[in-house]
Design a protein around this ligand. Structure first.
Ligand SMILES: Cc1cc2nc3c(=O)[nH]c(=O)nc-3n(C[C@H](O)[C@H](O)[C@H](O)COP(=O)(O)O)c2cc1C
Length: 357
């Protein structure tokens, strides 16, 4: 076996995962749209805020727990909905969910999951959200909403930024085909860069409007989380239709390139939310300090996407546990040194805007 030393941060996890994964799978996971400017910007933007250390504030007992839509989590880092965890490990989503449950956090299950929603619900005792799209076929949407409820899922996450297929050049070069998730009635391989026929099963309906999100909200008793929001205007509309939370997200730079980084949009989203809905964020979270910065700017919690695949590729369930533990340790260091013993004590005074030198 590979004698590489155990990775001590998420970048080393990625480097080791890259050695182990087939190139086309690594490229699919790591890559983004066109020039991957947004992928990089999501990361780099964290460098433009500096932390303000505080001393003598009794940080002997840190509490990293918080709530997300009423569910207690032990750490403010959730698992983003990402398709096809079996790309990285044969146990796939089951391994990821067990890791999330072991560390007391929530996993959002992708529409393109390699495990059925029901199988996953039985794999551990934790908290799951079900991610879907505004499908053209409302019967499909309704059946998934019912499956979520029946299997004990806590929330519905509606991904809104995927109505039009992106251009991902690594996938085009690699002629990459991904396997459609098992929760659809017709799973199978599809070329990810080919435009989807309008209204094909599983595709996000390009004709969808706010009425469709409103309809989804009206069809479920579960909280509805709108994912892929990048402007205050769209936060306003989410609030109007009664969404319970938004995820400020540019899909990890995988759909539209040349956007702002998600953390740059966060303050605008929080201002628009006016406390009416919870504001969550994903994109580029790789260090505990990134998490603290996002919370200081008003996020209730954040998600990780790609790092879960790096954890899976390195060591399955234990790899994802380790990824979460590394983030936890780094969050603890940051909280302690900024004099913030609880998540609630992390506020805007933790930060100062300081463009990278
Ligand atoms: C391989 C991969 C598959 C993804 N699949 C989905 C998906 O099925 N649904 C979805 O809403 N987002 C999907 N995403 C986006 C993530 O939910 C999340 O927005 C993004 O990964 C966050 O950025 P990060 O990877 O920098 O943490 C996927 C991301 C990756 C890397």
């Amino acid at each position: 076996m590979n004698a590489s030393p155990a990775p001590i941060n998420l970048f080393e996890f990625e480097a080791l995962a890259k050695e182990r994964l087939p190139k086309s799978e690594y490229d699919y996971i790591a890559g983004g749209a066109t020039d991957e400017i947004s992928v990089e910007r999501n990361r780099r933007a964290y460098e433009s805020w500096a932390l303000r250390p505080r001393v003598l504030r009794d940080v002997s007992a840190l509490d990293l727990s918080t709530t997300v839509l009423g569910t207690k989590v032990n750490v403010p880092v959730l698992i983003a909905p990402c398709g096809g965890h079996k790309k990285a490990h044969p146990e796939g989503e089951v391994a990821t969910y067990r890791a999330a449950a072991a560390r007391g956090t929530i996993m959002a299950v992708s529409a393109n999951s390699n495990s059925s929603f029901e199988e996953l619900a039985n794999a551990a005792t934790g908290h799951l959200w079900l991610q879907l799209y505004p499908f053209r076929d409302r019967g499909l949407t309704k059946s998934w909403l019912d499956r979520a409820k029946g299997a004990g899922y806590d929330a519905i996450c509606v991904t809104l930024d995927s109505q039009w297929p992106p251009k991902r050049e690594r996938n085009i070069r690699n002629n990459y085909r991904r396997i459609r998730g098992v929760n659809y009635s017709k799973p199978g391989a599809e070329a990810v860069h080919a435009p989807r026929p309008a209204g094909s099963e599983g595709g996000s309906d390009p004709a969808a409007t706010w009425k469709d999100l409103e309809w989804i909200k009206s069809q479920t008793a579960l909280p509805v989380v709108a994912k892929g929001i990048m402007t205050g205007e769209d936060v306003d509309l989410c609030a109007e239709i009664g969404a319970d939370a938004v995820i400020v997200s540019n899909h990890g730079g995988r759909h539209l390139d040349n956007t702002l980084a998600t953390v740059e949009v966060l303050a605008e989203a929080v201002a628009a939310a006016k406390g009416k809905l919870e504001v969550l964020l994903d994109g580029g979270i790789r260090r505990g300090a990134d998490v603290v910065k996002a919370l200081a700017l008003g996020a209730k919690a954040v998600f990780i996407g790609r790092p879960l695949f790096w954890g899976l590729a390195v060591d399955g369930e234990q790899g994802v546990v380790r990824v979460l533990d590394i983030l936890r340790e780094e969050i603890e260091i940051t909280m302690a040194k900024c004099g913030r013993p609880t998540i609630g004590s992390i506020d805007a005074t933790v930060l100062v805007k300081a463009p990278r030198l």
